[in-house]
Design a protein around this ligand. Structure first.
Ligand code: 5RP
Length: 213
């Protein structure tokens, strides 16, 4: 079960990694919402943020935090984001909030990725949480058939369109013992935009509540 107290502790503890003058990469979700609210308290000490979703952009703007286009910033020092699952190697499943593509882009641009979670997200092997995959809409059935061949059960997240105008397939029934290999394999499928596995680029630091693991 998700633990809102631990999410708040993690969101607030992540401020420890934010340096004065930084442009901060900001993820998406309820844990990140706590981080954004905490970041507002030091907004005069940072340059601003790069956002991974319209949702996070709106929350930051409400707080008066300046949001930059990633094309205007170049590499960024720090990225703070939540996750749906985290294994002992800091490899993640993300995309429960459908923001996985921009999250992966900002994570790739960041020198350090600090992942903030509550203890319910820790697993030994990824895959209990259905793996989100963002697809070009016309490729939904094609990608789903390929996933069935790979032993997964694809379920279309009907009614959800991502910030990029695409759709999400959630894959059930995979016990992901080789997340790097599966991420590479799925990335090859025509029509796949982004796989919600963050294994090739895992987190650098994981905070469970206010404790670094
Ligand atoms: C959004 C994500 C989120 O980080 C993930 O779903 C965790 O969300 P929450 O902090 O609300 O539990 O990947 O695409």
């Amino acid at each position: 079960m998700n633990n809102p107290n631990e999410k708040q502790l993690a969101g607030e503890a992540a401020l420890r990694y934010v340096e004065d003058g930084a442009i901060v990469g900001v993820g998406t979700g309820s844990t990140v919402a706590f981080f954004i609210d905490a970041l507002a308290g030091m907004k005069d000490r940072i340059k601003g943020a790069v956002s991974s979703s319209e949702q996070s952009t709106a929350r930051m703007k409400q707080h008066g935090i300046e949001v930059f286009d990633l094309n205007a910033t170049g590499p960024i020092g720090i990225y703070i984001d939540g996750a749906d699952e985290c294994d002992p190697h800091k490899r993640l499943i993300k995309g429960g909030g459908a923001a996985l593509t921009r999250e992966k882009i900002v994570a790739a641009a960041a020198q350090k990725f600090v992942c903030i979670i509550d203890s319910s997200k820790r697993v030994d092997v990824l895959g209990k949480f259905p793996l989100p995959i963002e697809v070009i809409p016309m490729a939904r059935s094609l990608v789903s058939r390929e996933i069935v061949k790979l032993g997964g059960q694809p379920v279309w997240r009907d009614g959800v369109t991502t910030d990029n105008g695409n759709w999400i397939i959630d894959v059930h029934g995979w016990r992901i013992t080789d997340p790097v290999g599966l991420e590479q394999q799925l990335n090859q499928l025509a029509g796949v935009v982004t796989v919600g596995l963050f294994a090739q680029r895992p987190a650098d630091v994981v905070l469970v509540g206010d404790k670094e693991i």
